[in-house]
Design a protein around this ligand. Structure first.
Ligand code: SF4
Ligand code: SF4
Length: 283
């Protein structure tokens, strides 16, 4: 088995993105977020992604349909059905060839409470991998100023899953950030002023960081501009791919040709809309 065969299999199972990281580049991570804590014999993390259709954002972009297309085809059904199937099929593919693979969803669990260690010196369950770090180590993209993960192919429009394996695969080089140009359109687009680039901090894989604006998660959890509030435990934060801060970024990336996927018609086709913290129109 080699990396090329793995990537071909992943794509045949429906992945739009696939990258492979060497776990030695991630050895610096603390035990509570380190792949070795879950699978000490692992050699690689494989990060796969399926794209979020731009069309699933259309109803929210127009301000006409919020609860059907994106929440399902951009989030729950995409992650729980389509991406889960791709991940499961690739896991079985590995195991049919004599290598173990640990399938993991790319949950965004910053600040999630953990359990009690099963023995002294062990990290408490649940060890949660930071998928943005894994995906950057696997060469797929970067964490942008607005805190969303951007790929050259789709900008912020994808969902990720991860597999830890002991297959000893050749890895991809980590992603050197270059997509986000700090244009600030995401900051300007946020009706609640939840993003503060003045307090930006370096974010990303060690040695490959770029600035990420401070974000007020309390405001984001009250956002009614396309953000999807999720259950505690699945995401501690909100799903922001369809929110104003992300849609402004999609438009900005497309305007300067920074997205490989091209469309005949531009994403932003009419004036934007905004809601304040009470859900009232503010534009
Ligand atoms: S809108 Fe501009 S500054 Fe914000 S994340 Fe996108 S590229 Fe970066
Ligand atoms: S989710 Fe809403 S409140 Fe949070 S940064 Fe995006 S637009 Fe602003």
């Amino acid at each position: 088995m080699n990396a090329q065969e793995v990537k071909l299999a992943a794509r045949q199972f429906g992945a739009d993105l696939v990258g492979i990281a060497d776990l030695k580049t991630l050895a610096y991570l603390p035990a509570r977020e380190n792949p070795y804590s879950i699978f000490p014999q692992a050699t690689n993390v494989i990060v796969i992604g399926r794209k979020i259709p731009r069309g699933s954002l259309r109803g929210i972009e127009q301000g006409r349909e919020m609860d059907n297309s994106f929440p399902q085809f951009g989030f729950y059904a995409l992650e729980d059905n389509l991406l889960a199937k791709t991940t499961y099929d690739l896991t079985i593919w590995f195991e049919a060839r004599g290598y173990e693979a640990v399938p993991l969803f790319a949950y965004d669990c910053d600040g999630q409470e953990v359990g009690v260690p099963v023995a002294p010196g062990k990290p408490a369950p649940n060890v949660m991998l930071k998928y943005r770090i894994m995906a950057q180590a696997a060469g797929l993209g970067e964490t942008a100023l607005n805190g969303l993960f951007l790929t050259p192919e789709f900008g912020p429009r994808q969902r990720f899953a991860m597999l830890l394996t002991d297959a000893g695969l050749e890895s991809d080089p980590p992603f050197q950030p270059h997509i986000c140009n700090d244009c600030g359109k995401c900051v300007q687009a946020c009706p609640l002023h939840a993003l503060n680039p003045q307090d930006a901090q370096p974010a990303g894989l060690a040695g490959y960081e770029r600035p990420q604006a401070a974000r007020n998660n309390i405001l984001c959890r009250r956002c009614q501009n396309g953000a999807v509030l999720t259950n505690y435990g699945r995401f501690e934060t909100v799903e922001r791919t369809a929110a104003a801060c992300s849609r402004a970024c999609i438009q900005a990336l497309e305007e300067r040709g920074a997205c490989q996927e091209k469309f005949t018609h531009r994403f932003r086709q009419s004036a934007t809309w905004q809601r304040d913290i009470n859900g009232q129109s503010s534009k």
